[in-house]
Design a protein around this ligand. Structure first.
Ligand code: XMP
Length: 319
């Protein structure tokens, strides 16, 4: 792709110019954006870059292992795997307000990055895979008055005291362009095609209070749902699909017993940039089969809903 080839050269030049001989740490989430940012920055400045992958305890099943393996083994990019699940889940205990959740997570991310910036001998720059829609959605919505819909934790400047500057080489790009750049950089195709996953992770797919029990149920249900979508060959037709665990239990019957378990919402949308989205029209057969599989395979769930809200008025995530 000619355009992306040129973008790549220009971005590399700008990164070198911005950081000079300083050290950079890059927050890696395992998603496409931060991965493309990391590979691009690594190409520009080599081992001046250290990636920090923060496991906040809000990742999906098997996600931490996958990310660490890919970056250490495939790319040989220096990577710190920070297991901070106790820190994050501890701070989120009893928190149910969506904005408080996001702000808490954002604050802790900064604390953890700060700690590791020091541990590698003083990084002056923090790199993030912020995209253009992240930038605009944080300040305004659909040309209307300036309203913050959600505080994306990876946008909006750093606290002064951190004394670090941001490196955001994808700030002018939309998702499809980031994927094109990823292909240009030679990232594995299945990886580039991964659905977006938000920085606050499963926290915003667990409306209400977050508990380890709920996260565990959610992780297992989400894995079954994604497996269903892949088995039916639908993964690449969908912008993003995930399960969310609802803050309620309902009554059901299984065998000859009464159950009182969690309800799940399944979400799947099509979109070009995440700014607007349509719910995905699964067949009734697919939905029925998926609900049955989840209830049979995941203990703690006895009811499954399908979210047929488009954006607007719904957002893609539940919080
Ligand atoms: P919403 O829920 O705002 O999501 O319709 C739009 C897209 O953005 C992702 N998203 C986030 N990504 N940090 C991120 O890195 C965040 O705080 C965040 N919140 C939402 C969401 O998954 C969807 O792709």
């Amino acid at each position: 792709d000619w355009t992306m080839g040129a973008y790549r050269e220009e971005a590399i030049r700008k990164i070198r110019e911005q950081v000079g001989t300083e050290r950079v740490i890059c927050g890696l989430s395992g998603g496409v954006d931060s991965s493309v940012a990391a590979v691009l920055i690594h190409e520009a400045i080599g081992d001046q870059l250290t990636c920090v992958f923060v496991d906040h305890g809000l990742l999906r099943l098997g996600e931490a292992e996958q990310v660490v393996t890919m970056f250490r083994d495939t790319y040989n990019i220096p990577l710190i795997h920070a297991d901070e699940s106790d820190l994050f889940l501890g701070a989120l205990e009893g928190v149910s307000d969506p904005e408080v959740k996001r702000k808490t997570i954002g604050r802790l991310f900064i604390e953890v990055f700060e700690k590791h910036a020091k541990s590698i001998g003083g990084a002056r720059f923090l790199a993030q895979g912020t995209l253009y829609p992240d930038v605009i959605e944080s300040v305004s919505f659909s040309g209307g008055p300036s309203v913050t819909i959600k505080s994306h934790h990876n946008v909006g400047g750093l606290p002064e005291k951190m004394g670090m500057k941001l490196v955001e080489p994808l700030r002018e790009l939309f998702k499809d362009e980031v994927r094109a750049l990823g292909r240009e950089l030679g990232l594995p195709v299945p990886f580039i095609g991964r659905h977006p996953f938000p920085g606050p992770g499963l926290a915003i797919r667990c409306p209400g209070e977050i508990t380890r029990e709920k996260l565990d149920i959610l992780r297992r249900a989400d894995a079954v749902y994604i497996d269903q979508i892949r088995k039916h060959g639908l993964y690449d037709d969908i912008w993003q699909a995930f399960a969310a665990i609802l803050p309620m239990k309902t009554v059901g019957v299984m065998g000859d017993g009464r159950t009182y378990d969690y309800a799940l919402a399944l979400r799947a949308v099509t979109s070009v940039d995440g700014m607007t989205a349509d719910y995905y029209p699964f067949t009734h057969d697919f939905l029925g089969e998926t609900a049955t599989r989840i209830i049979n395979e995941v203990q703690g769930v006895n009811r499954v809903f399908y979210d047929c809200t488009s954006k607007p008025p719904g957002t893609i995530e539940l919080e």
